[in-house]
Design a protein around this ligand. Structure first.
Ligand SMILES: Cc1cc2nc3c(=O)[nH]c(=O)nc-3n(C[C@H](O)[C@H](O)[C@H](O)COP(=O)(O)OP(=O)(O)OC[C@H]3O[C@@H](n4cnc5c(N)ncnc54)[C@H](O)[C@@H]3O)c2cc1C
Length: 491
């Protein structure tokens, strides 16, 4: 007799952990199993050194607010991301309140945007004017004043010409988050209280739909080498870069035509403690024309494993692997008749991306350092070392008009009957894990989500559920203040 699960989650990163925790709250009696191929949870993209740890709230990321042809700034996406982050904060505050998360995982780090050039300065000023009309962004400061900017980021301003023109915004309420600490906290809690079965060193190899609508899941125990098949009513593929191959194996028609191209992220890490302690902000610049959003340069104050850090990047690297710990055959193995044409169409249409990637790979150590010096003119080469962070799989999708398009956000794919959902892509990523989870529940558990029972339980975790933090300014202020108190943040 096969093990029967209600819910099977593939991948023990922030996405899988968040889904498991929310399911356990709304369906306390459900039997949940999480399979993870590695011997530790949160060891791929959710691991703190593998991502930038920015609590993406659209305070500083300029790609969320594009300039329109008429010169106006479109801020819809920024509003959605900012309110999603407030939802994540409520969920984490609930987990902290419940003593499920007991290790520090979030700290206040001001978020800043920093641009040069007349066009960029005009853009930032208009962006600021459009955003401060909403409570989510009303505390954002704008400055072109050398002395004021120096008081915000003294280290970046040393050795700069006072006549250099620049535009800068600053949100004091920005955050740095250790997504792996959250993931480990949730999974430890579920494991210790027998609320879910956590199967480390177990790689999901195949998925087959059964006549009764459930799924047979073929899993290999990587320690014993034994393979077994289990059964589940619902499957959530949250395997990060490993999601695309599993989606393809599931054979669902909604997954056809998707392809992925892996790009590895690299950061320069400061090794000089005196320099590290001088910088207290996450400072985002503008990505070069045609390059993808994940290429936005940023100089980042971090706190990882209790220690302060300073990173600059990302730089992109070429790799054929879909996961940092994946195989060099991942890309080749993902090619199908139904995704080759869309991928070729993207290669043809997205010349900017190809140019950016080739440029990045060809960069010498000197070029990389030159780029850092634009942000930190007094940087010394001996204080910085390059390291490889996590892997992202850029998603490409079949498109009727263009043949294929690049999808830069998070892509949720689900079977028509709602028995399987998969998560592809990585932006805005871990920061919006809670909203993404609810979007999946809306697609696959729509009836239950409408029930009073589920709504009541969800509101215990997310008091503003079904309310708008974009339009209700007072609620937004109150909510941010409340979560700041619980999470130990500056309001
Ligand atoms: C360089 C970089 C910088 C980033 N910066 C930020 C940031 O500043 N802020 C932010 O919010 N987000 C950021 N992100 C995105 C964020 O890290 C990811 O969106 C998030 O961690 C994804 O979580 P996940 O659980 O989906 O994937 P992961 O954390 O990668 O977890 C997936 C897990 O699935 C497992 N798995 C895969 N296949 C199988 C299989 N067949 N069987 C069993 N297990 C399997 C893997 O081993 C892995 O542990 C960044 C990402 C990168 C790469």
């Amino acid at each position: 007799m096969k093990t029967q699960n209600d819910i099977t989650i593939i991948g023990a990163g922030i996405m899988g952990a968040t889904m498991a925790m929310i399911f356990k709250k709304v369906m306390p009696d459900s039997k949940i199993t999480i399979y993870e191929r590695l011997n530790k949870v949160a060891s791929e993209s959710s691991y703190s050194w593998n991502n930038a740890g920015t609590g993406h709230s659209a305070f500083c990321e300029l790609n969320y607010t594009p300039e329109q042809n008429d010169g106006s700034i479109k801020i819809d996406k920024a509003l959605t991301i900012a309110s999603s982050f407030e939802v994540s904060r409520q969920f984490w505050a609930y987990l902290k309140d419940q003593k499920i998360l007991n290790t520090p995982f979030i700290k206040t780090v001001p978020h800043m945007s920093f641009v040069w050039g007349d066009h960029n300065i005009r853009f930032l000023k208009k962006r600021h004017a459009a955003m401060i009309k909403f409570a989510l962004f009303e505390d954002m400061k704008y400055s072109e004043n050398f002395d004021e900017i120096t008081s915000w980021v003294p280290m970046m301003m040393k050795n700069r010409d006072r006549n250099e023109k620049m535009g800068v915004t600053r949100m004091q309420a920005g955050t740095d988050v250790n997504f792996d600490v959250i993931t480990r906290g949730i999974i430890d809690y579920l494991d210790k209280n027998d609320l879910a079965e956590i199967m480390l060193n177990h790689k999901v190899k195949d998925l087959k739909k059964q006549k009764d609508g459930s799924w047979n899941i073929k899993v290999k125990n990587l320690v014993t080498g034994k393979t077994e098949t289990t059964n589940s009513k619902f499957v959530y593929i949250s395997g990060g870069g490993g999601s695309l191959p599993l989606l393809q194996k599931s054979g669902i028609k909604e997954g056809k035509g998707y392809g992925g191209f892996p790009v590895s992220g690299k950061f320069m890490k400061c090794t000089n403690p005196d320099v590290i302690k001088e910088h207290n902000a996450k400072v985002y610049g503008k990505a070069a024309e045609g390059s993808p959003p994940m290429s936005m340069p940023h100089l980042d104050d971090r706190r990882i494993d209790g220690e302060d850090g300073l990173l600059f990047g990302p730089y992109a690297g070429m790799s054929m692997k879909f996961l940092k710990t994946g195989s060099t055959l991942d890309l080749i193995k993902s090619l199908r008749w139904n995704n080759i044409m869309p991928m070729l169409a993207v290669a043809k249409n997205e010349f900017g991306l190809i140019k950016y990637l080739v440029g990045q790979v060809m960069q010498s150590k000197k070029d990389r350092f030159k780029f850092l010096k634009l942000y930190f003119p007094e940087a010394k080469e001996e204080d910085w070392e390059l390291y490889t962070a996590g892997q992202r799989v850029q998603i490409m999708k079949k498109d009727k008009e263009k043949g294929g398009v690049l999808k830069l956000g998070t892509e949720i794919i689900h079977s028509e009957d709602g028995s399987l959902a998969a998560l592809l892509g990585a932006s805005p990523g871990a920061s919006t894990a809670v909203t993404t989870t609810f979007e999946i529940l809306e697609k696959c558990f729509a009836d239950q989500l409408e029930s009073d029972d589920w709504k009541e339980k969800i509101k215990e975790m997310i008091p503003t559920y079904e309310k708008s933090l974009i339009n209700d300014a007072e609620l937004c202020r109150k909510t941010r203040k409340k979560t700041a108190e619980v999470l130990g943040l500056e309001a």
